[in-house]
Design a protein around this ligand. Structure first.
Ligand SMILES: NC(=O)c1ccc[n+]([C@@H]2O[C@H](COP(=O)([O-])OP(=O)(O)OC[C@H]3O[C@@H](n4cnc5c(N)ncnc54)[C@H](OP(=O)(O)O)[C@@H]3O)[C@@H](O)[C@H]2O)c1
Length: 297
């Protein structure tokens, strides 16, 4: 990773897992890092752990609950007031397989948190990113996007909720959003890059809703033994997308090993569905309507 002295990064969901490891590595390379998290006690502990492991600057905190658009607005306002520049926006926070529940604004929790919250955050921070030279927006997706489709007729899973399908939908949305964002940035003459990444299978808190008992639990643990990597390795695609000088607009990075589950970060392909331009445009329009925020028109 290059020296990041003078750069500012905002990482969403940095209390654990990939977000924490990415924030730690960026900070160790000299960046001023802001942790955008919903739980301020966990966020303070994460900041202290990063500072104890060789952060070059004090780690800053800003409250952010992506499942609440008012909180997203307040977080963005605070960042715009306090930051003179923003080089890296790492849209990392996520939830996976929760029981059916809704965000404060009535969106299915995974779609609302993983996609709509980040769509709104990015829009609110775009002016700051655009006035920073060579800024990047990094969206953290998943291999699960390959199994996803966007159910435009029932985006909030009101008629039928399958937790796995809703997660895959939200992670496909991360990619559709990245590609449409990149196209709109380019059309607007902006030099800001939009890129995506996925961590493969990393051992983090994300699996908290995965069944761990019975035969399914046993199978999960066996697969985990062979195919997973630790959170630090899982953060490498994020860090490459964020800092490698060879990254080009709309790139997607993931682990290079078997099934892209683990290994060194390489450029990977995303699904045909994620490349579908009408879906990219339609999701953008719907996201604008749902969040009440239009940008890069
Ligand atoms: N681990 C994997 O194998 C894997 C695979 C594919 C993709 N991913 C993606 O990687 C990203 C990071 O996940 P992880 O594996 O590092 O999981 P993790 O350890 O559970 O971290 C998720 C982070 O997101 C935060 N978060 C959840 N809901 C939020 C909300 N409403 N507002 C703000 N922050 C919220 C969590 O905060 P709290 O501490 O408050 O809960 C936590 O900091 C996610 O986007 C996930 O989909 C992970």
């Amino acid at each position: 990773m290059p020296d990041l002295t003078g750069k500012t990064a905002v990482v969403t969901g940095a209390t654990s897992g990939i977000g924490f490891e990415a924030a730690l590595a960026l900070s160790q390379r000299g960046a001023q890092v802001w942790l955008a998290c919903r739980d301020q006690v966990k966020a303070r502990l994460a900041a202290e752990r990063i500072e104890a492991q060789g952060a070059s600057l004090p780690v800053e905190l800003v409250p952010l609950d992506l499942a609440d658009l008012q909180s997203v607005r307040e977080c963005s306002l605070q960042l715009r007031q306090r930051l003179p520049r923003l080089d890296l926006l790492i849209n990392n926070a996520g939830v996976m397989l929760p029981p059916y529940s809704l965000t404060r604004d009535g969106f299915e929790l995974q779609f609302g948190t993983n996609h709509l919250g980040h769509f709104a955050l990015t829009g609110h921070l775009l002016s700051l990113l655009s006035t920073t030279r060579n800024a990047r927006i990094i969206n953290v997706s998943s291999i699960a996007h390959h199994f996803g489709s966007i159910h435009f007729e029932d985006l909030q899973s009101r008629h039928r909720y399958r937790a796995g399908q809703a997660y895959a939908q939200s992670k496909l949305a991360n990619l559709l959003f990245t590609y449409e964002l990149q196209r709109r940035l380019q059309n607007a003459g902006s030099e800001t890059l939009a890129v995506a990444c996925h961590p493969g299978w990393a051992r983090t808190e994300l699996q908290r809703h995965v069944e761990t008992s019975g035969i399914r639990g046993w199978l999960f643990r066996q697969a985990e033994r062979f195919f997973s990597q630790d959170a630090r390795a899982g953060a490498l695609p994020t860090l490459r997308a964020a800092t490698d000088a060879r990254v080009t607009p709309g790139d997607f990075y993931g682990p290079g090993g078997l099934f892209q589950a683990k290994g060194a970060p390489v450029r990977v392909n995303s699904s045909t569905a994620s490349r579908d331009r009408p879906s990219q445009q339609r999701l953008w329009k719907v996201s604008e309507q749902l969040t009440g925020l239009s940008y890069l028109d």
